[in-house]
Each structure stands twice: as structure tokens, then as C-alpha cells.
Design a protein around this ligand. Structure first.
Ligand SMILES: *Cc1c(COP(=O)(O)O)cnc(C)c1O
Length: 416
């Protein structure tokens, strides 16, 4: 059984001050989870988690993760500006390129971020940078299909990211000629994976490739980036990933492959997003409409513009009706938003307790790729973000948009 991290009583107090809908984050949960991750990888003295900013781009969240010893993974100029504003600098910032404009590279370089190149043509930019960085990383795409014990997880050959194996060798050589002295290697091969073997299998592939690249080019490889991809139990029946077992599996791969090759001071780093924040956020909404036609609908004041995952991927998000946690789920509803789009459904044919107008509806696991995927379709405004602090108080960490925000980029009234 899945329970929200706030009680119905806490929620009633919060909605008195902050109108729904809003995303609420759990500081205590975020911190405890970050500590579990660091403990699992403590065997690697240079381990660092670079939180994927795109998952939850809020400075207060980034600050909490910074206090827990994390860096940040950015992919755009705006994400870099956010990281800089929070006080991240130098190698605390990973910059993961992907069809990146020169302007963005140039700013990442200015901040001293680790540049994680996506394509061999990215190297052409280096002659325009004011100096050559000491450390450069490259994203690897092994092509084909990616399987864990015969189960196909993904098809890297269809993914737009990364260098081919041959391009890695050529790329490392070109970078060495330009004066790069240390190298990183990165791959992101599967998303939302709760299988404890994902990181260990990926680590073996990257460690083996690093040993080969070192032998071929004599490049000094100082960093292996396992990227993101560890999943979370969205459904109550899902088994959570066991981070201690994952850390141990990667340690074993390191001992088996890197240590015998004399590469025992390589940093292992991660760029988790979903795993760091997903379970520690929820979308809180109010049931505002009830409709009975060919199906039974509950209309919320939140919609897909606040949480896109169900509409975009058919993703499951668990729902709890605050105060009815113990009630039997003897009603079946489609829980929907108010967009003029029929995929604007948080749940379809979901058994739930009887829902009454005014009930507070908690949509679980929206802490990552939730608010951040939001949009303004139909003139729907982005919601507030709130932080439930460790001491039980609530902090507004982003106000809700107003119509003035929606109109801010337009010339109104229209003049000829
Ligand atoms: C999205 C992304 C991540 C984070 O992915 P999660 O699935 O949230 O762990 C990490 N690295 C890169 C390069 C990404 O694009």
C-alpha cells in the first residue's frame, strides 16, 4: 500500500494557505535518499552524483542536494544559469551536450563545467574556446540492442545520443592532439529501470570500453559516468531498486575490470534525476467536478499541463484521496483535467474510494519530470511548488503563475 508523505490533516492546513493545484516536495525524504546513494557508492572516494537539473529545476531543491554533496547535470544555457545562481561551479557541473549550440558550450566552459560531448563534431567547437579544458568526457552509444540477462531493455541504435565505438577512438585522439589530458566516458542506455543489474551491467560495458580506449590511445581515463536511469516504484506492486545492491554490483565490476588494468583511481559518477526526486514530490489537487456519462469522471483543478507523464507515456501515477486512505476502493473513475485534449487523464478505470467534490486528491511520485515538463496549453498556468521542510513547516519555493506571466512575452494590446 502506498501512502503520501503528508497526512490528510497536514494537507488540510496547507491548502488553507496555498490554493491547489501545487507540487509539494519532501525535504526529509530527499535528504535521506541522497545519503543512501552516497553510502552505496562510498567505496569510490571520488564518487559524485550530478543531479539531472531537468528533472526538478528549482533552486531550493538544488540547494538541498548541494548541501548533501551533489553536483548538477545541465544540458542548456538556462539550466547552467540556474546552477550558477545556486552557487555551483567548476567540476561540480556536468554539461551533457545533445545538439548543443556553441553559445551553450561556451558558457559551460566559462563556468569550468565538465563538458560531456555528444558527437564527434562537437570537437570542432574546441578551436573557438579560449582554452582547452584539462578534462573532457564523451557520450558512448554502443548501438544494437541493450539487454540485461537476455531481457532487451532498450535499442541504443535508435537513440540520438552519443559517439559510435569507432568515433570514440578517433575523438579521444583528436582531443589529445588539442591538448586534453584527462577523459571521461558516459552512457545512458535505459530509463526508469528498477532492475538492480542495470548499473552493474552498464558499468562493465563502460569499464571494458575505458580499458580498451586506454590501450588504443594511451588516454588517461579519470571519470566514468553511469548517467541516470535508475527507476522508482510508481505502482504499489513495483519492487523498488536496492541502491546498496546496485552500489555493490558496480564495486564488483570495478574490482574485476578496472583494478586489474591498473586504473584504480577512476571516479565513478552518476546523473540521477528520477531516483533522487521522483518519490519525494506529489501533485496536490482538488476534485472540482463530477460527471457521469458512459463512464464516471472526476475533474480536478490540475491537468496534464501540471503533470504530462500519464498523457505522454500512459504512465501510472498512484492516487490517494486525503482522509480516505482506509476507505475501500469500491468506485471506478477516470480522473481527468480540463484540457481540450482527451488524453488529459491522470487515471483511467482506476478503483478508488468514493470521491466527493472538494476532496483533496494526491497524485504520487511527481517529484521528478513532473512540474518541469509542464506547459501552458489552453492557457493553463503553471502551479506553485511547495517544500515540506524537515521541521514540518511549508515553504513556497515557486509561486503559481498568474495571467500576467502568460502574457509577459506578448505585445498587448495589439498595435498596428
Ligand atoms: C534525463 C537525463 C538524466 C536523468 O535521467 P533520470 O531518468 O531522471 O535518472 C541523466 N543524464 C542525462 C544526460 C539525461 O538526459
Amino acid at each position: 500500500m502506498k501512502r503520501p508523505f503528508v497526512t490528510a490533516e497536514q494537507l488540510r492546513q496547507i491548502v488553507e494557505q496555498y490554493p491547489t493545484p501545487f507540487h509539494l516536495y519532501d525535504e526529509a525524504g530527499i535528504r535521506a535518499n541522497a545519503r543512501r546513494l552516497h553510502k552505496a557508492f562510498a567505496w569510490n572516494p571520488r564518487f559524485r552524483e550530478y543531479f539531472a537539473v531537468k528533472a526538478t529545476p528549482n533552486p531550493r531543491i538544488l540547494q538541498i542536494l548541494q548541501e548533501e554533496g551533489c553536483g548538477v547535470d545541465c544540458a542548456t544555457l538556462t539550466e547552467l544559469l540556474l546552477a550558477e545562481a545556486v552557487g555551483f561551479s567548476g567540476e561540480e557541473i556536468m554539461f551533457s551536450a545533445n545538439m548543443t549550440p556553441f553559445e551553450d558550450f561556451s558558457f559551460a566552459h566559462k563556468l569550468g563545467a565538465i563538458l560531456n560531448l555528444d558527437d564527434i563534431s562537437d570537437i570542432d567547437y574546441f578551436q573557438h574556446l579560449p582554452h582547452i579544458p584539462e578534462l573532457v568526457s564523451c557520450r558512448y552509444n554502443p548501438g544494437g540492442k541493450f539487454a540485461i540477462s537476455n531481457e532487451i531493455m532498450n535499442t541504443p541504435a535508435e537513440a540520438k545520443y552519443g559517439f559510435t565505438r569507432e568515433q570514440l577512438t578517433t575523438g579521444y585522439r583528436r582531443l589529445m592532439d588539442l591538448g586534453v589530458r584527462k577523459f571521461g566516458l558516459h552512457a545512458f542506455l535505459a530509463s526508469n529501470t528498477r532492475n538492480n543489474d542495470y548499473y552493474p551491467v552498464l558499468a562493465r560495458l563502460l569499464f571494458q570500453t575505458a580499458v580498451e580506449l586506454h590501450q588504443e590511445t594511451r588516454a588517461e581515463i579519470s571519470l566514468i559516468n553511469l548517467s541516470g536511469g535508475i527507476g522508482i516504484p510508481y505502482h504499489p506492486d513495483d519492487q523498488p531498486a536496492d541502491i546498496a545492491a546496485i552500489g555493490e554490483g558496480v564495486r564488483q565490476a570495478y574490482a574485476d575490470i578496472l583494478v586489474p588494468a591498473g586504473m584504480e583511481d577512476v571516479a565513478v559518477v552518476t546523473e540521477l534525476g528520477r531516483y533522487m526526486l521522483g518519490p519525494y514530490g506529489c501533485l496536490v489537487a482538488t476534485a472540482i467536478r463530477k460527471k457521469e456519462t458512459y463512464k464516471n469522471y472526476i475533474g480536478l483543478d490540475a491537468c496534464a499541463a501540471n503533470l504530462m507523464r500519464p498523457a505522454m507515456y500512459g504512465a501510472y501515477h498512484h492516487i490517494t484521496i486525503a482522509g480516505k486512505e482506509e476507505w475501500p476502493c469500491d468506485h471506478v473513475y477516470d480522473v481527468v483535467g480540463g484540457l481540450c485534449e482527451n488524453n488529459d487523464k491522470f487515471a483511467i478505470d482506476r478503483p478508488l474510494p468514493r470521491i466527493d467534490i472538494g476532496d483533496i486528491v494526491v497524485i504520487h511520485d511527481t517529484g521528478a519530470h513532473g512540474f518541469s515538463m509542464g506547459y501552458n496549453y489552453n492557457g493553463k498556468l503553471r502551479s506553485a511548488e511547495l517544500l515540506l521542510r524537515t521541521d514540518g513547516t511549508v515553504e513556497l519555493i515557486r509561486r503559481a503563475e498568474t495571467p500576467a506571466d502568460y502574457f509577459a512575452t506578448l505585445n498587448l494590446p495589439i498595435r498596428k
